[in-house]
Design a protein around this ligand. Structure first.
Ligand SMILES: NC(=O)c1ccc[n+]([C@@H]2O[C@H](COP(=O)([O-])OP(=O)(O)OC[C@H]3O[C@@H](n4cnc5c(N)ncnc54)[C@H](OP(=O)(O)O)[C@@H]3O)[C@@H](O)[C@H]2O)c1
Length: 301
């Protein structure tokens, strides 16, 4: 298939490009500031998502079979710092991609987040549950979902994913990379013992996205995550164990002890039905995700 991949230089886009090239798809990799590092992509094109209509000619010329959107302002702090940019990249771009994919009959896979929910439910979230984001990042991602479904009513997939593990192209984006960098800079990170997440590796999500790219019988909103639910603190401990680092490099804190953190999610876990029974890819365990990790720089442990 001919695949137009937007956000190919990010943590997830990079993993998707690797998986799609391995499966011999023709990948046209779009990036903004960082040229993608995956061997075997057919073509790389610089693109500024704040002017999405500049993609029209590319789409009409290449006429891709699938458009995959991994581009986003993906850090909640960055969204708060620059809401206008976030609106353009996180909302206006998906709207345009939904319109152009409808026009050319391309499969559209758009990536969303567990943070469209507030994390205050005792149950794992189903894809049919009512979203209620509690930060601006989650609000932009929810608006994007609605734009995608409105402007591509026939063949869209919105895949909501959890916090991502894995090795990012520049070693600075994923959970373990941020944690180890903080420790390396002399911090003792405080991690919540009462915030439960269901992390997944970017490579496992990429396999799911590829199956969804190829399976045009599945449409709508789906949830994907790893098979294990853990607190932020336990995730940190397991990462330290994996790299043989002292467990006292991090500190356990309870968000329930501090009213400043009352709004943080307690439980951002996903119910993976119905998608989990329809795909060959299985959710990765946290142990499997750890085995993929490499340490970019040596730590002064
Ligand atoms: N990482 C997580 O834990 C996580 C969790 C849940 C959901 N998600 C979602 O998963 C998707 C991928 O996230 P990620 O972690 O892979 O993000 P990332 O590593 O921050 O990568 C973001 C990508 O978006 C591109 N981009 C940003 N601004 C752009 C602009 N103005 N024009 C064109 N491209 C632009 C970046 O290009 P350059 O680098 O070339 O500038 C990069 O390729 C996003 O939709 C995110 O919301 C991520």
């Amino acid at each position: 298939m001919k695949i137009l991949l937007i956000g190919s230089s990010g943590l997830l886009g990079n993993a998707y490009a690797e998986a799609a090239v391995r499966r011999r798809h023709k990948v046209i990799a779009l990036y903004n500031q960082h040229s993608p590092s995956v061997d075997g992509v057919h073509q790389s094109i610089q693109f500024d998502a704040t002017q999405p209509e500049s993609l029209t000619a590319t789409c009409l010329e290449l006429w891709p079979d699938a458009i995959i959107n991994c581009a986003a302002i993906s850090s909640p702090a960055e969204v708060d710092a620059n809401p206008q940019l976030a609106e353009k990249v996180n909302v206006a771009l998906p709207r345009f991609l939904a319109q152009i994919s409808t026009h050319i009959g391309a499969r559209l896979i758009h990536i969303s987040t567990d943070m469209v929910f507030d994390g205050h439910s005792a149950e794992s979230y189903r894809s049919t549950d009512m979203p209620a984001p509690n930060n601006l990042y989650g609000q932009t991602k929810l608006m994007a979902e609605r734009e995608v479904l409105e402007h591509n009513p026939e063949d869209p997939v919105v895949l909501r994913i959890p916090i991502l593990m894995g090795n990012s192209p520049r070693g600075e984006r994923s959970v373990h990379e941020k944690l180890l960098a903080a420790i390396q800079s002399g911090e003792k990170p405080k991690l919540f013992c009462d915030e439960i997440r269901q992390p997944c590796s970017a490579s496992n999500v990429a396999e799911v996205m590829l199956e969804l790219t190829e399976r045009r019988d599945l449409h709508g909103i789906f949830h994907w995550a790893g098979s294990d639910a853990l607190s932020r603190f336990v995730m940190g401990q397991r990462i330290l164990q994996h790299f043989g680092l002292p467990l006292d490099s991090i500190e356990s804190v309870c968000k329930n002890d501090d009213p400043d953190f009352a709004n943080r999610p307690t439980n951002l876990t996903f119910n993976l039905h119905p998608i989990v029974s329809k795909l060959k890819t299985k959710p990765a365990s946290f142990e499997e995700q750890l085995k993929e990790l490499t340490q970019i720089r040596p730590l002064n442990a």
